[in-house]
Design a protein around this ligand. Structure first.
Ligand code: URA
Length: 195
């Protein structure tokens, strides 16, 4: 079965399993992800917002525009990477996802990663970071590549600030841009190390 068909099965499992029924009842769309299913890099945000819920695609609002700009500045395009969220329905009024909502969606995020098999996971904001790098603080480790064992799979995680948090905060914005621009170098080093 090809990767897209496998990912479609994960979507069907969420729908059939009635995951987070309260969120589902208020959402227009289940937002699974977007981009290249063969990508080496997967970006993981927090949860869909209003635009994402309406369009059924992650990062298509203001934060998404900023993400696209940073991708372009780093020499990448959305079609080179895969983008998803830890929570796949919009929380009402864009509130923070609850711990139980993140926990409910985590196994499905793992399945997505097992299918895509990226070399690098880039977490956007603390909600997805805390699942890959528990107990660490984003203010202390943003932009640093961390190797983790992920089931049978080895993975590099790069925690970045969330584009929505950085959008209107001058110093955070520059920090995020600087971290983002270092991503190609991190990947190059990984490739050299594995040769
Ligand atoms: N913020 C997120 O974390 N994810 C989206 O898809 C959009 C905004």
């Amino acid at each position: 079965m090809d990767k897209q068909a496998q990912l479609d099965k994960v979507k069907a499992m969420i729908l059939e399993g009635n995951v987070c029924p309260d969120l589902a009842a208020q959402a227009t769309n289940l937002v699974m992800g977007d981009g290249n299913v063969n990508a080496d890099i997967v970006f993981i945000g927090e949860a869909p917002g209003k635009n994402e819920d309406e369009q059924g695609l992650p990062f298509v609002g203001a934060a998404g525009k900023f993400l696209n700009e940073m991708l372009a500045a780093a020499g990448m395009d959305r079609s080179d990477v895969y983008i998803t969220n830890i929570v796949k329905y919009r929380p009402p009024n864009n509130r923070d996802p609850l711990p139980e909502e993140k926990k409910a969606f985590w196994p499905f995020l793992l399945k997505q990663l097992q299918i895509i098999e990226p070399k690098v996971v880039i977490t956007l904001g603390r909600h997805s970071m805390e699942y890959f790098l528990p107990g660490l603080y984003i203010s202390q480790i943003h932009g640093q590549a961390k190797r983790i064992q992920f089931g049978d799979h080895k993975l590099v995680v790069v925690p970045l600030y969330h584009p929505a948090a950085a959008l209107y905060n001058g110093s955070l914005r520059q920090t995020l841009i600087d971290d983002f621009l270092s991503v190609p170098e991190i990947i190059k080093k990984l490739e050299t190390a594995s040769e």
